[in-house]
Design a protein around this ligand. Sequence first.
Ligand code: HEC
Length: 70
Amino acid sequence: MMISKSVEWRALKSPDYRVASNGVPRKIEHLLKSAKDKNLDGATLAYTEMTLACVRCHKFVREVRMTRLD
Ligand code: HEC
């Protein structure tokens, strides 16, 4: 949660990156709430969604960097 709110987290200045980035804290909050409520299904879903967000953003960053001129 702390990492996703740091300045370094904003690696790219694009609307697509912002969308990918903004979803993460919400998924982590969902995971924390589900854990506190002892909601195992909710925690499993939130954890899976968070992991998908990691992979999705890394794929996006890789594509942008490979096609960028600098
Ligand atoms: C919004 C985009 C985004 C999301 C979501 C994201 N990352 Fe990243 N991640 C990055 C960027 C950008 C880098 C830095 C890549 C670089 O500079 O080479 C990075 C780097 C990393 C690295 C270091 C890789 C290395 O070779 O040093 C790890 C580990 C990592 N992320 C794990 C995660 C995990 C785990 C999640 C999910 C909980 C996650 N990331 C979600 C954008 C994201």
